[in-house]
Ligand binder design. Structure first.
Ligand code: ATP
Length: 393
């Protein structure tokens, strides 16, 4: 229902979405290999048709987005070229300042064709109701109902907490992002937060299934059901019900404000978290901030048919664009997730090892990680490590 409501809104505001292809995603393809080297996603979604390959290569949509996105994508392409990753990128620039939505329509069509995208954040410049966030529109249109951010500390990286290992699982398409707002009478604005049994169940099941497949022990559902008794109450009720299918796992719940305090004071108490859309973005920013900031971790967006990989905190980084100081690691990690998802494990592993060695052992770090190196220093070190390994392939 949430999706349809959002789509109705999008139809009103962006009529292109009804042209050319059906609004509701039909069951068709994908290979949804899990982000965890297991077949979790396939198990959760029940899909097993592999994505199209051309001569053993995968086509992937690349959406550089704004701010630091384009420079980060250049680094990813250079690394892929260097290690011969069998990926052909279809690059689509979405400029939010241009009139109309042709570029967005083209991007969505491309992702539907390729099944997979690597994405930077697309800035939403206008406060006008007529301009919907392109990021939200893409997630909704592709029904990417779950977002996964694995917050795992890198040893030795300066951070407020070490040895954190929490998996954040977030409802990604409705909740507070339904984009249904109106001014009922002058001076009174109402905003709808949409929670549905269907989407609450899909994300809860994903969280419990993830925990089971990865030998995690506990799922914590985050809510504010003491105030939002119907909406968050439903989200919590569904999680409690789904938990009955996973009796070996512990399930507790925590109110969002307390969660932020607990995350800052003792993030080690969390294992897997199950959250609505807005609480998910707040908690991921808090925990990413605790263990290294916006430039380090990646995020995965999954639906039954498509997957998008991006930096975990979804920042545009406009203020640091073009200065050669943006940390490239979050986007490189997103590209590693994408390679894993497509089954290119060797390439994923070799890039992961080179990146890990660069920031952990060689301590080549950008200023956000307390270093004094440039973005290109980090990338060049990764390329140097890759070139030494190339002879052994
Ligand atoms: P805007 O869309 O206006 O850029 P935002 O709310 O999306 O703003 P950002 O400013 O993009 O947030 O990012 C938040 C903070 O994280 C900023 O201080 C930014 O410099 C920093 N940041 C984001 N990405 C990176 C990165 N890859 N490396 C280093 N710092 C980063």
């Amino acid at each position: 229902m949430a999706l349809r409501l959002t789509q109705r809104l999008l139809q009103t505001q962006t009529p292109f979405l009804t042209r050319g292809y059906p609004l509701l995603v039909t069951k068709e393809k994908t290979e949804d290999v899990a982000h965890t080297k297991s077949t979790l996603h396939k198990k959760v979604t029940g899909t097993d048709i592999p994505s199209a390959q051309y001569g053993g290569r995968h086509g992937v949509t690349m959406l550089p987005g704004g701010g630091i996105g384009p420079e980060l994508m250049t680094y990813v392409r250079e690394i892929f070229r260097y290690c011969g990753a069998p990926i052909d990128f279809e690059v689509i620039d979405i400029d939010p300042s241009t009139e109309g939505n042709d570029d967005l329509e083209y991007a969505i069509t491309s992702i539907k064709r390729n099944g997979v995208a690597l994405k930077g954040n697309i800035e939403t410049k206008s406060q006008s109701l007529a301009e919907v966030s392109r990021n939200v529109a893409i997630r909704n249109e592709l029904d990417l109902y779950v977002n996964v951010v694995h917050c795992k500390s890198y040893p030795g990286i300066p951070a407020r907490h070490q040895n954190v290992d929490v998996v954040l699982i977030r409802q990604n398409t409705d909740g507070e992002y339904a984009m249904l707002e109106h001014e009922s009478v002058r001076g009174v604005v109402e905003s709808m937060k949409v929670v549905t049994v269907e989407n609450a169940e899909r994300v809860a099941r994903y969280a419990f299934e993830y925990a089971r497949q990865n030998n995690r022990k506990k799922v914590t559902t985050i809510h504010k059901a003491n105030i939002m008794k119907l909406s968050d109450g439903l989200f919590l009720e569904v999680a409690n019900r789904v938990h009955k299918d996973y009796p070996e796992l512990e399930h507790n719940n925590m109110i969002i404000d307390n969660t932020c305090m607990q995350a800052v004071s003792n993030p080690h108490q969390f294992d897997v978290m199950n959250m609505t859309n807005l609480y998910g973005t707040i908690v991921s920013n808090v925990i990413c901030g605790l263990i290294g900031g916006a430039g380090l971790l990646s995020g995965r967006n999954y639906g039954d048919h498509y997957a998008i990989f991006e930096p975990g905190t979804r920042n545009t980084g406009t203020a640091i664009a073009g200065k050669n100081i943006a940390n490239p690691v979050a986007m490189i990690n997103a590209s590693i997730d994408m390679l894993n998802h497509l089954g290119h494990k060797e390439h994923a592993n070799v890039i992961y090892d080179a990146t890990y060695q660069t920031i952990v052992k060689d301590a080549i770090r950008t200023p956000d990680l307390g270093g004094n190196h440039s973005s290109t220093d980090v990338v060049e070190n990764i390329l140097k490590i890759l070139s030494a390994k190339r002879v052994n392939w």
